[in-house]
Design a protein around this ligand. Structure first.
Ligand SMILES: Cc1cc2nc3c(=O)[nH]c(=O)nc-3n(C[C@H](O)[C@H](O)[C@H](O)COP(=O)(O)O)c2cc1C
Length: 202
């Protein structure tokens, strides 16, 4: 049986002092301790991602069996992002709140991974997510907007879009509870993890 894989997606524009990076790294370390065989992939978004454009949209809306070389080229990077997500059992998304929502680079990532026939499909009963059986953590930070409040258009949005592609098991980690006075409260961080994972670590 192939080993479990975790995908860590970082979207803060800063590295130095980034709360979401520190907490998401600590979370990944805890999960790795609980499961030493866990393979970890990182997708760094800080340096930017291409936005979907005319070529991409035309290619995406062309049925798979009718795509030409140009279409395949336009979708190549998006395919790569979808594959690395599809191959992961656990997803850790580190997202600051920027202007009440998620960073633009994270939205660009979502636009590239929300793909009909690959990550969701349309059925008689409406859209159906295809990436089922995964666990996601969203590591959220803000400078004052309370996480989960009406002003937080980041975590509710991420839950919605992850659910749309089939990832309904989403734990939101509020870094204001975990990261205080410049350090991580490991006990609080651990409290966000499912107990069975921690029991394996002991
Ligand atoms: C461009 C920008 C926009 C921000 N907008 C908000 C905001 O709307 N509400 C808020 O509470 N904090 C806002 N913040 C503060 C960040 O959410 C906060 O500093 C967070 O810790 C950033 O994540 P990081 O530490 O991982 O970089 C903003 C920060 C930046 C850089």
């Amino acid at each position: 049986m192939s080993k479990n894989t975790l995908l860590q997606v970082n979207s803060s524009g800063r590295f130095d002092g980034s709360v979401t990076r520190q907490v998401s790294n600590a979370l990944v370390n805890l999960l790795k301790q609980a499961e030493p065989e866990l393979a970890i992939n990182q997708r760094e978004l800080a340096s930017g991602l291409p936005f979907i454009d005319e070529q991409w949209i035309a290619a995406n809306f062309t049925p798979q069996d009718q795509r030409n070389e140009q279409h395949l080229k336009a979708l190549n990077f998006s395919d790569k992002l979808v594959n690395e997500l599809a191959e992961s059992n656990t997803l850790v998304v580190a997202s600051p709140i920027y202007n009440f929502s998620i960073p633009a680079v994270l939205k660009a990532w979502i636009d590239l991974i929300a793909r009909a026939q690959l990550t969701f499909k349309y059925t008689e009963n409406g859209p159906q997510g295809l990436l089922t059986g995964k666990k996601a953590f969203v590591v959220a930070a803000s400078g004052g907007v309370p996480i989960g409040s009406e002003m937080d258009f980041a975590t509710n949005y991420l839950k919605q879009v992850l659910g749309f592609i089939g990832i309904s098991d989403v734990t939101i980690i509020d870094t204001s509870k975990v990261f205080q006075d410049g350090s991580i409260d490991q006990t609080t961080l651990q409290s966000y993890l499912d107990l069975p994972v921690l029991e394996q670590a002991i």
